[in-house]
Ligand binder design. Structure first.
Ligand SMILES: Nc1ncnc2c1ncn2[C@@H]1O[C@H](COP(=O)(O)OP(=O)(O)OP(=O)(O)O)[C@@H](O)[C@H]1O
Length: 145
């Protein structure tokens, strides 16, 4: 089995106006998390409520968001298609998008049936898996086909 490297990064949410009103101040200067941690990796966010996990992974949900405000998912997708565009070969890109919340696993691409619940299965070796819907993405126009 290959070597596994775990890298921990801290992303610091800017102060809220109420923090500023209470005279709170930032005491650390953040570096760029995406460049140092998001290449060939499994990324997950961990932190107290309201600390910015959703924001960091997803950023805003607006396509026209400035690049510096884009979340990790948007940045990975953009970089992936830049790399694939350089290869000029036919490629099949598949995406699955799941949410595990309070012991329930949901397929977030299954919009027609209202985020269908998935079942985690275990094979006789104890490996888990599931069958999420996967969306195919066109390399040229970058939308689901
Ligand atoms: N880097 C950031 N820049 C600007 N606003 C941010 C940043 N990070 C988080 N926020 C804002 O802080 C608020 C809380 O962030 P978010 O919802 O991502 O937290 P969370 O850790 O996912 O919370 P929860 O665990 O409760 O779901 C949101 O209004 C979000 O827009």
């Amino acid at each position: 089995m290959g070597e596994v490297c775990v890298r921990v990064a801290v992303r610091v949410r800017p102060l809220f106006p109420k923090n500023v009103l209470h005279n709170h101040q930032l005491c650390v200067v953040p570096d760029t998390v995406y460049k140092s941690c998001c290449y060939n990796a499994t990324v997950f966010a961990y932190g107290q409520t309201g600390s910015g996990k959703t924001y960091t992974l997803g950023g805003g949900h607006v396509a026209s968001l400035p690049e510096e405000e884009s979340g990790i998912i948007g940045r990975v997708a953009a970089d992936l298609f830049v790399l694939l565009g350089e290869r000029r070969a036919a490629v099949d890109v598949r995406v699955s998008y799941m949410e595990l919340y309070q012991e329930e696993l949901r397929d977030l691409l299954e919009v027609q049936t209202g985020n269908k619940e998935l079942h985690v299965r275990e094979d006789d070796r104890g490996n888990t898996g599931n069958t999420p819907r996967s969306a195919r993405v066109c390399v040229t126009c970058q939308v689901c086909v």
